[in-house]
Design a protein around this ligand. Structure first.
Ligand SMILES: [Zn+2]
Length: 338
C-alpha cells in the first residue's frame, strides 16, 4: 500500500499549537455532512456507509457523519442516527455530528457520538438568517448544551465552529474584534473546542494568519490536557484561496482542518458559497511539506472516484486528482509504507 506517511502514525488527538513543523495534523472529513447538505439529492444510507468505511480505510480518524436538524428541513441527512451507530463500530474513529440547537444536542447525546459541533455565526445577519437567533442567544444556548451534557454524564465533546469568521455574503465585513469576542464567549460558556470557519470563501491568507494568531492568544488559557482549545480551520475554495488559507492557518499553529472529499459542499444560506477544500488536496499540501497526516493517497483518490460516481452530475472540485502525486513524492512514500 502506498501512503503519504506510515498509517501507524495516524493522528487521533491533534497536538496543541506549537512552533513544531513536524507535529501531526488531523483532517476531519466533513463530506457526509457539509458536503451532502448542499446537494439536493439524498444518497442511500448504504452508499454513505461505503463512503464512511472507505474514508476510514484511507486513514481518516475523524468524521462528521451528519446533522441533527429536523429531517423535514434536511432530508439528505435524515439517517444521521444510523450513520453514527455504524461509525461507532470503527475502532479509533472520532465520530462527530452537527447540532443546530439544544434539541439537536439532546439527539447527539442519545446517539452516543463522540463530539457535537454547534455553529455560531460571527455575522449577526448570517446568524439571524441561518439559525434565527442573534450570536449572543447562541452563546447562551452553548451554556445550556454544556449543562445538559454534564448532567447526562456524557463525554460527548462540545465544539463550536465560528462561521462567517472572515466575512459574510449577507452582511459583508465581519469585525475581527467581534469574532474574538465570540471565541472568548463560547469558551467561557463551556465549549471545549472552537474553530474558525470561512463559510463563504471570503478569507485571504494574511487575514487568516492574523485572526488565528489573535484567537490563539484568547483560547490558550482554555487548553486542556495538552489539547488546544482553538482547534480547527474550516475553509472554502470559493475564490481559489482555500489551500493558501489552510497553509496560513497551519503557519499560525492550527493542527486540525475540516475538508470534503472532492471539494463538495457550500452553505445554503450564503449564496454563491461553494466547495469546501478537498480532503485529498489538503492531504497533499501537508504531506508535500513533510507534515505527518497518516493518510493513504491512493485510497483517497479511489474514494474521490467513488464519490464522483455516487454524485454523478454534481460538480466536484480540487486539483491533485488530475495530475496525481509528483514522482518526487512517490518513491519515498513507497519506501516508508513498505
Ligand atoms: Zn464548509
Amino acid at each position: 500500500m502506498l501512503a503519504f506517511m506510515p498509517l501507524a502514525s495516524a493522528p487521533t488527538t491533534p497536538t496543541p499549537p506549537t512552533s513544531s513543523r513536524t507535529a501531526p495534523v488531523a483532517i476531519r472529513e466533513v463530506g457526509l455532512r457539509d458536503g451532502l447538505q448542499s446537494i439536493a439529492r439524498t444518497l442511500p444510507t448504504a452508499t454513505k456507509l461505503q463512503w464512511l468505511r472507505a474514508a476510514y480505510a484511507a486513514g481518516l480518524r475523524e468524521m462528521e457523519v451528519g446533522s441533527f436538524v429536523p429531517p423535514r428541513l434536511m432530508p439528505q441527512l435524515a439517517d444521521t442516527e444510523a450513520l453514527v451507530r455504524e461509525a461507532l463500530a470503527l475502532p479509533g474513529l472520532v465520530v462527530s455530528v452537527l447540532v443546530p440547537n439544544l434539541k439537536g444536542a439532546e439527539r447527539a447525546l442519545d446517539s452516543g457520538a463522540h463530539a457535537m459541533l454547534l455553529p455560531l455565526s460571527a455575522s449577526r445577519a448570517h446568524s439571524l438568517s441561518n439559525l434565527r437567533k442573534a450570536p449572543d442567544d447562541v452563546v447562551r444556548e452553548i451554556a445550556d448544551i454544556r449543562r445538559l451534557r454534564d448532567a447526562a454524564g456524557s463525554t460527548c465533546r462540545l465544539e463550536v465552529g465560528l462561521s462567517t469568521a472572515f466575512g459574510c455574503t449577507i452582511q459583508g465585513r465581519v469585525e475581527p474584534e467581534e469574532v474574538l469576542r465570540l471565541v472568548h464567549a463560547a469558551l467561557d460558556a463551556g465549549a471545549e473546542r472552537v474553530g474558525l470557519a470561512d463559510t463563504v470563501g471570503y478569507a485571504d491568507p494574511r487575514q487568516v494568519r492574523e485572526l488565528f494568531e489573535r484567537a490563539f492568544e484568547i483560547a490558550r488559557p482554555y487548553d486542556r490536557d495538552g489539547a488546544a482549545a482553538l482547534a480547527c480551520g474550516h475553509f472554502h475554495d470559493t475564490r481559489g484561496l482555500g489551500l493558501a488559507n489552510v497553509y496560513a492557518a497551519w503557519e499560525a499553529g492550527v493542527r486540525r482542518f475540516d475538508a470534503c472529499t472532492g471539494g463538495i459542499g457550500g452553505c445554503p444560506h450564503a449564496p454563491g458559497a461553494s466547495g469546501n477544500v478537498a480532503t485529498e488536496d489538503v492531504a497533499y499540501l501537508l504531506a508535500s511539506m513533510g507534515v505527518p497526516i497518516g493518510l493513504d493517497f491512493d485510497a483517497l483518490m479511489a474514494l474521490r472516484h467513488s464519490v464522483a460516481g455516487w454524485l454523478e452530475g454534481e460538480p466536484l472540485h480540487g486539483h491533485i486528482w488530475r495530475a496525481g502525486l509528483p514522482k518526487t513524492m512517490r518513491p519515498a512514500a513507497t519506501a516508508e509504507a513498505a
